[in-house]
Design a protein around this ligand. Structure first.
Ligand SMILES: Cc1cc2nc3c(=O)[nH]c(=O)nc-3n(C[C@H](O)[C@H](O)[C@H](O)COP(=O)(O)OP(=O)(O)OC[C@H]3O[C@@H](n4cnc5c(N)ncnc54)[C@H](O)[C@@H]3O)c2cc1C
Length: 224
């Protein structure tokens, strides 16, 4: 569970939902009109009532896109996501200002994500930073490679899908960690951006360190 610190000082503003679409079982993309600027990789606090604790979500849309998209999955028993999933077009959502220092850059890099952790990288890609990146995305099922149509088209072989529980054409069978283990050598002069659960981040970081990547070249965002 997470909440924005010092709740009494959290300032929400309301936005009107344009769409809230289930794109894969229990996984949704929620959209509202953008009337602020942000940097790709940043997050918003979201709540369904201004009296609630905010939960944090990466924006999964580009810096210049007309709408802000949020990619989220329902956590059974969770405080926010089951309620978020029943919101409809025209309903109100409460958002904080964008914040966060997990930002994209124009330098060559590896983007390594698990599950909804693809969101900040999709934002960076939509903001024009994808050209010199290698994107590795892990999921349990083949229907959980969100945004893969765009990513396959624009990244080609630099987009690797790792699926741990199903097999599919063009998809690596196994976890992201296994894929990283099997790579012979990785460039030591690039940054490695990790995004996903604490477990995924820790495991990937260990593998990268064991392959000679320096700690300072590993940048992580943990979805807790
Ligand atoms: C920087 C950052 C960015 C993030 N970006 C995204 C994103 O883009 N997309 C996304 O899907 N998620 C993202 N997350 C995760 C997100 O903030 C929420 O944590 C997540 O959506 C769950 O919220 P929830 O309110 O539904 O669940 P919570 O109420 O937080 O509960 C989460 C889990 O804990 C269990 N739980 C709740 N209360 C208790 C308790 N008292 N004891 C034991 N277990 C309990 C619930 O059953 C549930 O399984 C991000 C997190 C961070 C930190």
């Amino acid at each position: 569970m997470n909440s924005v610190e010092s709740k009494p000082n959290v300032k929400f503003k309301s936005v009107t939902i344009i769409s809230n679409t289930e794109i894969s079982p229990s996984v949704f993309v929620l959209s509202f009109k953008r009337d602020f600027t942000f940097q790709a990789g940043q997050v918003l606090g979201l709540a369904v009532s201004p009296n609630d604790d905010a939960r944090l979500y990466s924006m999964a849309s580009g810096e210049n896109d007309e709408n802000v998209n949020i990619l989220y999955n329902i956590k059974p028993g969770g405080k926010l996501t089951p309620n978020l999933a029943i919101l409809k077009t025209g309903d109100i959502l409460w958002i904080t200002v964008p914040f966060g220092s997990y930002l994209g850059s124009s330098e060559p890099a590896y983007w390594i994500a698990a599950g909804t952790g693809i969101a900040p990288f999709y934002s960076m890609y939509r903001s024009g930073m994808g050209g010199n990146k290698t994107l590795i995305h892990g999921s349990r099922s083949v229907d959980a490679f969100y945004f893969s149509e765009d990513l396959l088209r624009d990244f080609g072989p630099r987009y690797v899908r790792c699926c741990s529980q199903q097999e599919g054409e063009g998809i690596y069978s196994g976890r992201v960690t296994q894929y990283l283990e099997e790579i012979d050598s990785l460039p030591e002069d690039q940054k490695y951006y990790l995004c996903g659960s604490a477990e995924m981040v820790v495991e990937c970081r260990e593998i990268l360190l064991s392959k000679g990547i320096s700690f300072s070249n590993i940048v992580a965002e943990i979805y807790f």
